[in-house]
Write a protein that binds this ligand. Structure first.
Ligand code: HEC
Ligand SMILES: [Cu+2]
Length: 498
């Protein structure tokens, strides 16, 4: 076909015609370039090797199949209805695939024969099923897996198309099952596998609807009217406010390539997925085969996905957000990747415009923290500068003098120095209402920073209390932990009601 096309083009150059316009001058038109799925060889499931699927429990991705031939892959998923925290001190009854939100990540190879078992735990109250967007067939499996509590069902399908697909429960009322957390990803690798990377993670965004506002304490139920109005109280990654922050942050080392399989369970919102401080080297939009390169923010539809990858060059904390940014800072759609390793001042000099985004271990602070190990007050104070500059200085200013009428000073603050426990509580629980600092009244609102670890808070307060004209003693991790426990206890009254 190639020779033919060249012949046509040559003839056209001579004749002055448009080679694309018509094919009537020659008998054999050029075939279009191969596009879309290539045919799969036939299989006999009875003769395929049988593989029990290794599932990925978020934020860990399921491992690559590392196979070069089709297999019969057995996937078992148990549906569990479970009450657990959606945020600190807030309990919600999730309906889950496999006991987690998102459900387990399934990973198979294009051409595989997948035997899926759905088990509905006898303690559950609802029938459930599964619709996998990777399935070609009515309901994506939903019609074959309608399962009452205390029953199990099974169906099989061939993974005809590679890609990254959402699966979800599709039992009526569908929106309610999805809103309660019944979704996850199934990745169908291309036959040759995905390009190798150093780290793979599994992140799924979801919106949740409760009568109480974001972080309102106590037991919270599903609120159907808010769901219909598309007015979520929570927009979170991996089923919980703070699932990927502090000690639960994703990790990587400088120089590594990181791949995120990102899903959006919805049920309602579209995600503007972004990692603050990174550029996606590749985005496989909507889980498709073709990558786009050098992308800042990628849209992930409800019931859709994307694969993003990027190399991390600079140590620090990178923030995963839905860039519909109030969701990130006021509804929970915020996660972190902590990158450790050597600095590169050419790629990144250490100056930053918005310190709040950098989080606790921003580059400016990493240098300060270098060599600051151990538990001496001096070491704590040196490490604490990281959190102070990355978090507190945004409002209280780098010199800790605050801003008139807006942010009280931490420098020589009588309020800060008078009561250590109160200072810890201020950071953990936030502070609002009128206060007097050094004779001046302030009436603002400081948000809670309970996403910081005990360690980070202890170090930051030690730094503040031993600098800027303050002469307080060090704050220990245990002191912060004790206040955090107090707050949690107060928030969870014996009756279990707000
Ligand atoms: C988003 C802005 C903001 C950030 C960031 C912030 N604060 Fe505050 N902070 C405030 C405001 C506003 C008040 C006063 C609240 C009021 O008027 O009731 C305050 C009050 C305080 C107080 C008590 C008053 C005083 O001056 O002694 C302390 C202590 C404090 N903050 C410490 C911190 C520490 C430590 C951090 C970093 C972990 C931090 N803050 C981060 C806004 C902020
Ligand atoms: Cu369901």
């Amino acid at each position: 076909m190639k020779t033919n096309l060249i012949a046509v083009v040559t003839a056209c150059i001579l004749a002055g015609c448009n080679p694309g316009a018509t094919t009537e001058n020659h008998s054999e038109p050029a075939a279009p370039a191969p596009h879309g799925p290539q045919p799969l060889a036939a299989i006999d499931p009875a003769t395929l090797p049988v593989v029990e699927a290794t599932l990925g429990i978020a934020p860990l991705a399921a491992p690559p199949t590392n196979r070069h031939a089709p297999a019969k892959v057995v996937v078992r998923i148990e549906v569990k209805e479970e009450t657990r925290e959606i945020a600190d001190g807030v309990r919600y009854t999730f309906w889950t695939f496999g006991g987690s939100v998102p459900g387990p990540m399934i990973r198979v190879r294009r051409g595989d024969y997948v035997e899926l078992h759905l088990q509905n735990h006898p303690n559950n109250t609802m029938p459930h099923n599964i619709d996998l967007h990777a399935v070609t067939g009515p309901g994506g499996g939903a019609t074959s897996t309608f399962t009452a509590p205390g029953h199990q069902t099974q169906f099989s399908f061939r993974a005809l198309n590679e890609g990254t697909y959402i699966y979800h429960c599709a039992t009526a009322p569908v929106g309610m099952h999805v809103a309660n957390g019944m979704y996850g990803l199934i990745v169908v690798e291309p036959e040759e596998g995905l390009p190798p990377v150093d780290k793979e993670y599994y992140v799924v965004q979801g919106d949740f609807y409760t009568p109480g506002e974001y972080r309102a304490h106590g037991d919270q139920a599903f609120d159907m009217n808010r769901a219909i109005r598309e007015d979520p109280s929570y927009v979170v990654f991996n089923g919980r406010d703070g699932a990927l922050v502090g000690n639960n942050a994703l990790t990587a080392n400088v120089g590594q390539k990181v791949r995120l399989f990102v899903g959006n369970g919805g049920p309602n919102l579209v995600s503007s997925f972004h990692v603050i401080g990174e550029i996606f080297d590749h985005v496989y939009s909507e889980g498709a085969s073709e990558a786009t390169t050098n992308v800042q923010t990628t849209l992930i539809p409800a019931g859709g996905s994307a694969i993003v990858d990027f190399q991390v060059e600079i140590p620090g904390t990178y923030i995963l957000v839905d860039h519909s940014i109030f969701r990130a800072f006021n509804k929970g759609a915020l996660g972190m990747i902590r990158v450790t390793g050597a600095d590169d001042r050419i790629v990144y000099s250490g100056r930053e415009v918005d310190e709040a985004y950098l989080g606790a271990a921003g580059p400016a602070a990493t240098a300060a923290a270098e060599g600051a190990t151990g538990d001496s007050p001096e070491a704590r104070a040196r490490r604490g500068e990281a959190t102070f500059l990355g978090v507190c200085a945004t409002c209280h200013q780098r010199d800790a003098r605050g801003l008139p009428n807006l942010f009280p000073p931490l420098a020589s603050s009588d309020y800060l120095n008078a009561d250590k426990t109160r200072a810890i509580r201020t950071v953990l629980a936030g502070l609002s209402g009128p206060i007097t600092v050094n004779g001046t009244q302030f009436n603002g609102a400081m948000p809670a920073f309970s996403n910081l670890t005990d360690h980070e808070i202890a170090d930051a307060l030690t730094h503040v209390r031993s600098h800027f004209g303050n002469h307080g003693d060090a704050v220990t991790d245990a002191e912060v932990a004790a206040v955090r426990a107090d707050i949690a206890r107060a928030a969870a009254p014996a009756a279990g009601h707000p």
